[in-house]
Ligand binder design. Structure first.
Ligand code: SAM
Length: 262
């Protein structure tokens, strides 16, 4: 979230599909193989609940969760755990005050642009043998996203947003592999995984993206217009996908792990 921008993240909305959203976190965690007692950062930590799981799983000495959303951090502030703290910061600018054994980010870096530059920064956070572990969604070509962009280009929304549509900043999996390698990292694991989320119906997709993608459109238009935008989006999505009950939300994500030299 840009500094000064409205905080549209809602922990309650985001957690509506908590079990589904947690699956890639656990998969990413399984890719970590690190010694205990390390220093860990979790970039875009959200409510901090999964940061606590990360902190416990790797038996970290110290874990810092970083997020730019006050509402998400308010939830994180309720967590009281030795060695775990949360700070407000923009991932694009924030830096740890020492080298990290684990730089972790689950479902957050897709909000930042210029990934080659970003990953170069993150690589600079790593201690010798330190591990970078990242998961980003890779589903901008799914109807949930393409329809959101198409509706945003209709009136009156286009005039309100200046014709804005959310474009993907996420690279292809092989480009991440090459990037991580070029940054001197090894022990590479990069994979594209399709998560098969069975939702009760197609309109559930609307509720899903309200907690994520649509937070980017929401602050760009007046409140009443955003309600109209969501109504039209729901209708267009139903027209495109049909009213399927249940609906298989096939969701592509990229998981990656890379290690710094000893
Ligand atoms: C989809 S949530 C993921 C939260 C958590 N990692 C999880 O797995 O549940 C994305 C989080 O990234 C945060 N975020 C987005 N852009 C950010 C930025 N530039 N700097 C810091 N946090 C950011 C949002 O506030 C949000 O809490």
């Amino acid at each position: 979230m840009a500094p000064g921008a409205a905080d549209v993240w809602s922990p309650a909305q985001y957690e509506r599909f908590r079990a589904e959203r947690e699956q890639p976190f656990w998969d990413l965690l399984r890719l970590l193989d690190v010694a205990p007692n390390g220093r860990v950062v979790d970039l875009g930590c959200g409510t901090g609940m999964l940061t606590r799981e990360l902190h416990r799983a790797v038996r970290a000495r110290e874990t810092v969760g970083v997020d730019s959303s006050d509402s998400m951090l308010a939830r994180a502030a309720e967590i009281d755990e030795d060695g775990l703290q949360f700070v407000k910061g923009d991932i694009g600018r924030w830096s740890p005050d020492g080298a990290c054994d684990v730089v972790f980010s689950n479902a957050a870096l897709q909000w930042l642009d210029d990934h080659p530059r970003l990953f170069k920064r993150l690589r600079g956070f790593l201690a010798p043998n330190g591990v970078l572990a990242v998961q980003v969604p890779s589903n901008y070509d799914h109807e949930s996203h393409t329809v959101a962009a198409e509706v945003a280009l209709e009136e009156p929304f286009a005039s309100a947003t200046g014709g804005y549509t959310r474009e993907s900043t996420v690279l292809q999996p092989e480009a991440y592999a090459e990037l991580l390698y070029a940054l001197g990292l090894r022990d590479l694991h990069v994979r594209l995984q399709v998560y098969c989320h069975e939702l009760s119906s197609t309109p559930d997709v609307v509720e899903w993206v309200r907690g994520t993608l649509l937070t980017d459109y929401q602050p760009r238009m007046p409140e009443a217009m955003f309600d109209e935008y969501v109504t039209r989006y729901r209708q267009r999505l139903l027209d495109t996908l049909g009213d399927q009950r249940p609906y298989l939300f096939a969701f592509k994500r990229i998981l990656m792990r890379a290690r710094a030299a000893p």
